[in-house]
Design a protein around this ligand. Structure first.
Ligand code: F6P
Length: 324
């Protein structure tokens, strides 16, 4: 194999640059030319394809976001759109692709493989919602950002004898909320997989208030309640705590990648290039315990999500000393 491409797709995640950098450096060490595709699948159909520069690869390791750009492109499901992409790849004599992104990029990678371009995917998303990988590139950095933010919010809540409702990202996956709650000792947790009703949250904070606890932190996953500010008002009305809501928002997606995200990005990128050199495609790289594995994309589509209910309940119990 002489020429490969690399693209990032879906929501950007810290560590995507480290992965792109490693693809370029490792492929180059293997005497393979690398092309970067700008703005994900969109760049494939618009021929935004450029030969990678090795100095560029060195310079982006520590950068947040994705320097080569990303996009979400639902139209890629259309065969006509993909035919354009394949024609552009052939024009540059690119034989295979490394696709870095979330589960939205899986199908595109599988379909392109079926059309003769071997694709290998890397799990890149802050959400940790890729069932075929224990951890995703970007999760650790986002988690650390969230933990720092919650610690700071706790400082001020504790100073003023208040309660906070904090909404974190994760799409349909509660891992960011769960792990951040564990790391910060959050008092009330409601995740996508283990949801509390608004009334349950109100009741729990009210019960905590009766014990005289000085501050309360409630961590909730996004997309579960119509308005966390309205929820905070309900908490305040019942518990008596002055209650503030914070939506952490896109601050969670940015920032220089953590060492663990860079490690996962670089090692999985090398592993992906190894698969391509071996002539394989239609694979997604995942972390299984401490081991990297390459799974058929089709086999990952029906993999069940890990049930985190027991773990969530255990953490709720850990933090339940104030509940009577
Ligand atoms: O998938 C990453 C993610 O940040 C999710 O956590 C969130 O639900 C979504 O993307 C937000 O997307 P956008 O930036 O398009 O609003």
């Amino acid at each position: 194999i002489k020429k490969i491409g690399v693209l990032t797709s879906g929501g950007d995640a810290p560590g995507m640059n480290a992965a792109v950098s490693a693809v370029i450096r490792y492929a180059s060490s293997n005497k393979i030319e690398v092309f970067v595709i700008k703005d994900g699948y969109k760049g494939l159909i618009n021929d935004w394809i450029e030969q990678a520069d090795i100095n560029y690869a060195q310079n982006i390791i520590a950068l947040g976001g994705t320097a080569i750009g990303s996009a979400r492109l639902p139209e890629f499901a259309d065969i006509k759109v993909r035919e354009k992409a394949v024609a552009n790849l052939k024009k540059h004599a690119i034989e295979a692709l490394v696709v870095i992104g979330g589960d939205g990029s899986y199908m595109g990678a599988q379909r392109l493989t079926e059309m003769g371009i071997n694709c290998v995917g890397l799990p890149g998303t802050i959400d940790n919602d890729i069932v075929s990988s224990d951890y995703t590139i970007g999760f650790d950095t986002a988690l650390n950002t969230i933990v720092q933010a919650i610690d700071k919010i706790r400082d001020t809540m504790q100073s003023h004898n208040r309660a906070a409702v904090i909404e974190v990202m994760g799409n349909q996956c509660g891992d960011l909320a769960l792990y951040a709650s564990i790391a910060t000792g959050a008092d009330v947790i409601s995740t996508s997989e283990s949801k509390l009703t608004e009334q349950e949250i109100v009741d729990q904070v009210t019960a905590i208030a009766k014990t005289g606890k000085r501050s309360v932190v409630v961590v909730v996953s996004e997309k579960m309640y119509p308005d966390v500010h309205a929820l905070a008002e309900k908490v305040e009305a019942s518990s008596g705590y002055v209650t503030r809501a914070t939506v952490l928002g896109h601050i969670q997606r940015g920032g220089s990648p953590s060492a663990m995200d860079r490690h996962l990005a670089v090692t999985s990128a090398m592993f992906a290039v190894d698969q391509i050199i071996a002539g394989k495609g239609g694979l997604y790289i995942g972390l299984d315990g401490t081991k990297l594995v390459a799974r058929d994309i089709n086999s990952t589509l029906n993999m069940p999500r890990k049930d985190k209910t027991e773990e969530t309940n255990k953490i709720r119990f850990l933090n339940a000393q104030f509940l009577k």
